[in-house]
Write a protein that binds this ligand. Structure first.
Ligand SMILES: [Zn+2]
Length: 874
């Protein structure tokens, strides 16, 4: 009997060898095409938007969000140009426009609605800590426009927040004008309904977000209506156009996600986004932080993330937005606001609300899934275990040794394939960077496929070839079909381990590999039910059919991550190699998309032919990336419909050094360049620095040895401390109305503590670094009730204070309390560096500065500013 069976196996094998080879020869290329096809489909789905409604649609849908009206509001905000806090455009023009719009809405509201408006001008301070560095943020006379649409029941309110200020040099159509336009339209629609919402809806148009979230702090800590807020929706942007993503919710309030699931027609939300953002991997922050930390209010954070290239540049304008973008976001925000404004939870006190974390995600924008983190752990565990157990049932009659060997083969193939693909990709990344070809994929992201995805795939193939030569068992009783199936179980072991490790480490993002395992489990279950184990053709079809959702899932992630991180490499500084980041993403993406297809590739009869073709693709892409214009990282609007500029910040700087009596000692001047990406220095040296001139890295400046924080015009602390900036000596700038910090005198508080008194004057944006000298400590000041820990730069520590002015204000007093053990002479207590920063200051630029700015290539987005730095030892 065993003899017979053995013979039948052999016959089967001959038959199946043929079948499998027959299938795989064409199927490998077919499968790769399917992967690419799924990638293109998910890319298409990611950019698909609903068509915009116009005023003509009002007859049919009188209470719908009308993108055309929001578009008209956005046009006014856009046409005002850059609106940094403190500028005329922000404090007067944008503010008055919003106020007028609200008055117009008030005049056209339904008789049963009640609308209240409040103009808040607010002053305050708080400390904020990021990347282990603390600073103090202070604002004076920044403005909020607050509108309240009263609910029928009680005072509990839902807050909607946008900001109308922008960074310098950007009209801020997407960041964040579009959100304000959406909110105006939501207010208009809600106010025209004949019935009031159950709860109040408060609309906050805030005028100072780009200056470290200050206006939101002013509202939530000081506005009389802030106490009524029970939940909020924050509308932001770190891109331009596309879909808004829900990237943070809660914290710990699952009912918000339930409302999202109920109300939203076009979902785009991922727990992994929340985990990426909250781990500080995105160099941005939002007002969400202020409402959560200072108001203790739960909420949801939305942002447009597509086309991050244009974020904070002159290209963040309406020219690159469409009405459809507003329609999609408007539909979602209106639906969600209406749902939340009616829900019970908004009126329930927070200690009676369900608490817990949620796992939530959409499936390629078509369906939204959410469950509690506890269920998530169970689901991950169940899928991880079942995806191993179910396929093994198919092997019940095979020899354990043989099966175990092939499962191990599949696992080792995936593990070593991953390790070698990481080695291969990062090696290419380092070489490309070394030869000065960094970021060749910045505009043409498809180059990543040839530069990194193909090498990753090739590494997997070589590992399989190697294992086939040295590990596979020629005496195995398994058919080729069974061998492939067993190796796929090995792939499942790999993903189960990843899922369980991620879950055990407390990350909710374990749902990403879990869905892949779920597809594999579906395939094994179907194969078991259909009893396809003896018919290789059938089980391959079932396997591939179940791979389609897996591929849609994985290519969607890969697309979103590339879309998110490629533009971020344009603003994450030059000290880290962006090639390595992108190569790792590509290696991970390749693994995610292809791991369940690689065991098939390994069964190719002519593997060498396939690897040769892959290698040729890699070489061709390398040539294109390094030698053709395709690999040129940046584009302006004349070179591409979607510009991808290089960012530059140039500050024309004047530095004045004083002696311990406050008298003038010396001064110098020059240009301060902030390094925004890996190619910044080479661009400046190639285009801007004239022959004979020399660019000095910030840390090598002589003032870095002697002065606190190098006496450089620090403004955005975190960027400037981490980035490698440059100095070029040059003539003096021209300026007016700078901020002054006049020393008024000293009070002896006790034998070891002195209080220094100053008067500050000037309503321009500024920063102050207070650096107590050795043996001295800053123990108190008039700015806050506590002194946050100092920031470190070089070998000095300093308390960094960032000051924003909205509307102009009067002079104000500052006191610093310094404690010391030994008595100190004048000049031995503290160093103070005061920087006045002028944004949007074109009318005062000198001819030299304009000449320097004009030298930048057209694909550069240059943000000019002027700064005066005063250095005082006291
Ligand atoms: Zn913003």
């Amino acid at each position: 009997m065993p003899q017979q069976k053995r013979v039948r196996f052999k016959e089967d094998e001959q038959q199946q060898v043929k079948n499998l080879h027959h299938l795989t020869n064409g199927a490998v290329y077919g499968a790769l095409l399917v992967v690419l096809g799924c990638g293109l489909l998910t890319n298409y789905l990611a950019t698909r938007l609903p068509s915009a409604l116009t005023v003509a649609d009002l007859e049919r849908s009188p209470h719908a969000f009308i993108a055309e009206r929001a578009w008209a509001s956005l046009k006014t905000l856009n046409d005002l140009g850059p609106k940094p806090a403190g500028s005329q455009a922000n404090e007067v023009m944008a503010y008055e426009f919003l106020l007028k719009e609200v008055q117009r809405i008030d005049a056209s509201k339904h008789d049963r609605q009640r609308l209240e408006t409040d103009s808040q001008t607010v002053t305050g301070a708080f400390s904020i800590s990021l990347l282990n560095q603390s600073m103090t943020s202070m604002y004076r006379n920044v403005q909020n426009l607050v509108v309240r649409l009263e609910g029928s029941e009680g005072r509990h309110a839902l807050l909607l927040n946008c900001h109308f200020d922008t960074v310098a040099s950007s009209p801020g159509a997407s960041d964040d004008g579009a959100s304000c336009a959406v909110m105006l339209e939501v207010l208009r629609v809600l106010s025209r309904r004949p019935v009031r919402t159950r709860h109040t809806v408060t609309f906050l148009f805030n005028g100072a977000e780009e200056t470290m979230l200050q206006a939101a702090h002013g509202f939530i800590t000081q506005h009389p209506w802030a106490g009524d807020v029970r939940a909020f929706l924050n509308l932001e942007s770190s891109g331009s156009g596309g879909k808004e993503v829900l990237f943070q919710a809660g914290p710990h309030h699952p009912w918000l996600i339930e409302a999202y699931a109920r109300a939203i027609r076009h979902p785009f939300a991922h727990t992994v986004g929340e985990e990426i953002f909250q781990h500080g991997l995105i160099p941005s922050d939002t007002d969400f932080r202020m409402f959560r930390d200072y108001g203790e209010v739960p909420g949801m954070d939305f942002a447009h993330i597509a086309n991050g290239y244009r974020y904070h540049t002159r290209y963040d304008s309406m020219d690159f937005l469409s009405l459809d973008v507003l329609q999609r976001t408007g539909d979602n925000v209106l639906a969600l606001a209406r749902d939340l404004a009616e829900c019970d939870e908004l009126a329930t006190s927070s200690d009676q609300l369900p608490i817990g974390e949620t796992v939530f995600f959409d499936f390629i924008g078509l369906a939204f899934v959410h469950y509690s983190a506890a269920s998530g752990r169970l689901i991950n565990l169940a899928v991880a275990v079942l995806s191993l157990v179910v396929p093994l049932v198919c092997f019940a009659r095979a020899r354990f040794d043989d099966v175990f060997r092939e499962v191990t083969f599949g696992l080792l193939g995936t593990v070593f394939g991953t390790i070698f693909s990481i080695i291969a990709c990062t090696t290419i990344a380092r070489q490309l960077d070394f030869v000065g070809k960094s970021m060749s994929w910045y505009t043409n992201t498809y180059l990543i496929l040839g530069l990194y995805c193909c090498p990753a795939l090739l590494s997997h193939c070589f590992v399989y070839l190697f294992l086939t030569t040295f590990y596979s068992n020629s005496k195995s009783n398994l058919t080729l079909g069974q061998i492939t199936q067993a190796r796929l179980v090995g792939v499942n072991v790999f993903w189960s381990a990843i899922t369980l490790t991620t879950t055990a480490a407390g990350y909710r993002s374990g749902y990403i590999p879990m869905v892949l395992l779920g597809c594999s489990l579906a395939s094994s279950t179907l194969n078991l039910l259909l009893n396809t184990s003896r018919s290789p053709r059938a089980w391959i079809y079932v396997h591939l059919a179940c791979q389609i959702p897996a591929l849609l899932w994985s290519t969607n992630f890969f697309n979103v991550l590339i879309q998110l991180f490629v533009p971020i490499t344009g603003r994450f500084g030059g000290s880290r190699n962006p090639e390595v980041l992108i190569s790792l993403l590509a290696a991970g993406g390749t693994l995610l998309c292809c791991s369940f297809l690689i065991p098939f590739i390994a069964q190719l009869r002519n593997m060498m032919n396939f690897t040769a073709k892959l290698s040729a693709t890699i070489v061709l892409t390398l040539v294109l990336a390094c030698l053709s214009p395709l690999g040129m990282p940046y584009r302006d609007e004349s070179m591409a419909t979607e510009p991808t500029p290089q960012r530059h910040y140039v500050t024309h700087t004047f530095r004045v050094f004083h002696d311990e009596y406050g008298l003038y000692k010396s001064s110098d001047s020059g240009y301060f360049f902030q390094e925004m990406d890996r190619n910044t220095r080479s661009t400046i040296e190639q285009y801007v620095v004239a022959a004979g001139e020399h660019l000095t890295p910030m840390r090598q400046m002589s003032s870095c040895q002697t002065e606190l924080f190098c006496a450089l015009p620090f403004y955005s602390l975190w960027h400037q401390i981490r980035f490698n900036n440059y100095w070029l000596p040059g003539p003096e700038p021209v300026y007016d109305n700078m901020v002054t910090m006049a020393y008024l005198g000293t009070e002896q508080l006790d034998p070891h503590t002195q209080r220094l008194l100053f008067s500050m004057e000037g309503s321009i944006q500024s920063s102050i670094v207070v650096g107590p000298k050795e043996g001295v400590q800053l123990v108190g000041w008039s700015l806050l009730d506590h002194v946050p820990p100092p920031a470190k730069f070089g070998d000095r520590e300093g308390h960094f204070l960032f000051i924003t002015h909205g509307l102009p204000g009067k002079a104000w007093n500052v006191t610093l309390d310094l404690r010391y053990d030994q008595p100190k002479a004048t000049g031995e207590l503290v160093d103070i560096v005061v920087t006045t920063k002028f944004w949007e200051y074109q009318h005062m630029h000198t001819a030299d500065f304009e000449e320097l700015l004009a030298k930048f290539p057209t694909w550069a987005h240059v943000v000019p500013s002027v700064a005066v730095v005063g250095v005082f030892p006291l």
